[in-house]
Ligand binder design. Structure first.
Ligand code: KIV
Ligand code: NA
Length: 276
């Protein structure tokens, strides 16, 4: 499969072919996403929770993200690779955001960054895009701000809040975002935003009217506890894995593993001499 670039994403958007996005946080999860032919791989800071066990995405440091970005990059061949900027690495000012985004691209070996926030982030996004770093915007439910949002709640449910989201989306487009991610937004609002923008929207809990869809891999595979309403659980791999681990344990306890097929033989003559 040829390398997915911004031009490829643009082409998919133009022909109204939905763009597929999936998270990955290490070499195997990145390799699997790439192998499945997903258009864009996101090293999301949700990995703080689903891969590192932190209680919120805001706990992850830049160095920890870089470590995971490099691992995903080593498993990625064709998918367009984007990484979240961790909480605290881009809010202070545009200069610091550029410094840290450059690290994510250079040391993390990714092609683009994602950051959360609406029109207040426009000057920062403009700076990043001007220095050649593609930016994926992220509005609606912004998990890094869950404390100030009062939890993980759907956003833009009132006319006033929907209008603010529309303004944010337009500001992100104007600032140069190559796409805008919409999280936990009523479907009619997300569809409207998709219709008025001329860059793709990527939805998660934002309905079928978006230009593309993203899910968190551990959630959709049933590997991480309770999943939000908007996530479809495609497999229950945790059950599969625990089942396999229990079988291994039972096999070892009963002596049925390892059996002969899992053991290395010794040449017959050597064995005879060895046994003497
Ligand atoms: O961190 C993440 O995985 C994300 C997705 C929820 C879009 O930002
Ligand atoms: Na994120």
């Amino acid at each position: 499969r040829p390398k997915v670039t911004l031009a490829t994403l643009r082409k998919l958007y133009k022909r109204r072919e939905p763009i597929t996005v999936m998270t990955a946080h290490d070499f195997p999860t990145g390799t699997l996403v790439d192998k499945a032919g997903i258009d864009m791989t996101l090293v999301g800071d949700s990995l703080a929770m689903v891969a590192l066990g932190y209680t919120s995405t805001s706990d992850i440091t830049l160095d920890e993200m870089l470590h995971h970005c490099r691992a995903v990059a080593r498993g990625t061949r064709s998918s367009f690779l984007v990484a979240d900027m961790p909480f605290g690495t881009y809010e202070v000012n545009p200069d610091l955001a550029v410094t840290n985004a450059v690290r994510i691209v250079k040391e993390g070996k990714v092609e683009a960054v994602k950051l959360e926030g609406g029109k207040e982030m426009a000057p920062t996004i403009a700076r990043l895009t001007q220095v050649g770093i593609p930016v994926l915007g992220h509005i609606g439910l912004t998990p890094q701000r869950q404390a100030s949002l009062g939890g993980y709640k759907v956003q833009g449910k009132t006319v006033a809040k929907a209008k603010a989201l529309i303004e944010d989306a337009l500001a992100l487009q104007k600032a140069g975002c190559y796409a805008v991610l919409l999280e936990a937004v009523p479907a009619p609002v997300a569809t409207h935003i998709t219709n008025i923008l001329n860059v793709p929207t990527i939805g998660i809990g934002a309905g079928a009217g978006c230009s593309g869809q993203v899910l968190v891999q551990q959630d959709m595979l049933g590997l991480y506890g309770r999943v939000p309403r908007f996530c479809k659980t495609y497999r229950n791999l945790a059950d599969e894995i625990v089942g396999a681990l229990r079988e291994f344990s039972a096999d070892v306890k009963s002596g049925s593993f390892p059996s002969e097929e899992h053991c290395y033989p010794m040449p017959k003559e050597e064995l005879e001499r060895f046994m003497l």
